[in-house]
Design a protein around this ligand. Structure first.
Ligand code: HSE
Length: 435
């Protein structure tokens, strides 16, 4: 059979890795796909730049349209990233080409339109590499768990953020110093605020929630909070209480609607996911039949992400001759069976909390704080008063609460902060047992 011809758009970290993996494993890949798969064309903005891959035998161009409009190309692999490639992708689909992409922001923001266009033209869009790098978590949810009702999922889905939190905790390193290293290693987004403010994790959570619950992609409804407010003090106190702080993306189905949230979270240190460190990612998925299952692996980097890109290319090649109606649906559920389930506002979230406040060390202070919590029906799980920090007279008080509704917690925090005996803001971090 004729080899399948692939055009790669973008020869950066993931593009270079994809060229390397496809070349290095060409024989195994052909045995799996049933056909040879060859990258015949590739585009890069700057053709003079040094690359991590050997481009011998690949016709290079600086104009992606040369490849998209080339009738010889069967599959476009889009690895430029960002939402500005939307028109290129739509044009590729319009030209009847299948698209493999690692572009989480594009899919989170414009995926509904892109999948509709793909269906209209009977072509596939595959995106395993868009979430959690080398972990085949999209395939696990879309295919491996397709007999389940998914109840919730929670994941460490940004390697850069996890790398920063781990280095800060283990080595006491400075935030910016670790971020610079993540950038040099090719983990961080072009705009690193996407990593540290939870935007990148929000993009990935949008995709995971859509394929878990069968709903359209809705990034604008994801609550995102980053890791920039996490202090070493909170990390230490959390550890003393038996918890780790991880930056999690959480999607949970409740009777009232779906919670979609990305934020720092205390999790019991005995949970496997609490021990996922460095640039590694992990996702726990709770299905009604399978129970909880955990997926762990490298969440970023050239070869791990290329592993997912190449797997998608192979899947596309295997399905080339199948009837478009009988392929695995893009979003795991048939397009006409997606349901617009309401997404809850942050006020409606139900979670437990870690609270840290600074208060005067005198009788009645704790009683005032606990009365406010009781007035809002918030039950306390644990409470500790620490020694004053060096040079301070106020004492740190740490509280763990049981699950409550976020609007009750917000109202209680406002009242605690208004107490004369409490100094400054209450530092609030959500807590999930993931049990
Ligand atoms: N910036 C992302 C991360 C890359 O750090 O996880 C992989 O999507």
């Amino acid at each position: 059979m004729k080899p399948v011809k692939v055009g790669v758009l973008g020869l950066g970290t993931v593009g270079g890795g994809t060229v390397n993996v496809l070349k290095r494993n060409a024989i195994e890949i052909a045995r799996r796909a049933g056909r040879e798969i060859v990258i015949t064309r590739a585009s890069a903005k700057d053709l003079t730049k040094a690359r991590i891959c050997d481009t011998q035998g690949i016709q290079l161009t600086s104009n992606p349209l040369d490849i998209i409009n080339d009738p010889d190309i069967d599959i476009i692999v889009e690895l430029i990233g960002g939402t500005s490639v939307k028109d290129l992708v739509l044009q590729a689909l319009g030209n009847g080409k299948h698209v493999v992409t690692a572009n989480k922001s594009l899919l989170a923001l414009h995926g509904n339109e892109i999948f509709a266009k793909a269906s209209e033209h009977g072509v596939m869009v595959a995106f395993e590499a868009a979430v959690a790098g080398g972990i085949p978590v999209i395939k696990a949810i879309r295919e491996g768990l397709s007999g389940n009702r998914i109840e919730w999922l929670a994941g460490i889905i940004n390697g850069t953020g996890n790398f920063i939190l781990t280095e800060m905790r283990d080595k006491g390193r400075d935030f910016n110093d670790v971020l610079a290293e993540a950038q040099a290693l090719g983990y961080a987004e072009a705009d690193p605020t996407f990593d540290v403010e939870g935007i990148d994790a929000g993009h990935k959570l949008t995709i995971l929630a859509s394929i878990a619950f069968g709903m359209p992609l809705q990034f604008d409804k994801v609550y995102t909070e980053g890791i920039t407010q996490i202090t070493r003090l909170d990390v230490e106190y959390a550890e003393q209480l038996g918890y780790r702080i991880k930056h999690l993306g959480i999607a949970r189905k409740t009777p009232e609607g779906i919670e979609l949230r990305v934020h720092p979270t205390l999790i019991p240190e005995r949970r496997l996911i609490a021990n996922v460190d460095g640039v590694m990612n992990a996702v726990v998925i709770k299905g009604d039949a399978a129970g909880p299952s955990l997926y762990y692996g490298a969440g970023a980097g050239a070869d791990p992400t290329a592993s997912s890109v190449v797997a998608d290319v192979i899947d596309v090649v295997r399905a080339l001759t199948s009837d478009p109606e009988n392929r695995v649906p893009h979003l795991a559920f048939q397009a006409d069976a997606l349901v617009d389930i309401p997404v809850l506002s942050a006020d409606e979230f139900k979670t437990a909390y870690y609270l840290r406040l600074s208060a005067e060390d005198k009788p009645g202070v704790l009683a005032d704080v606990t009365k406010i919590l009781a007035d809002h029906q918030i039950s306390i799980e644990a409470i500790i008063q620490k020694q004053p920090l060096a040079g301070e007279t106020v004492v740190p008080i740490i509280l763990l609460t049981q699950v409550t509704r976020e609007k009750e917690m917000n109202a209680a925090i406002a009242k605690i902060e208004a107490l004369q005996t409490v100094t400054g803001k209450v530092n609030r971090i959500r807590l999930e047992t993931l049990g």
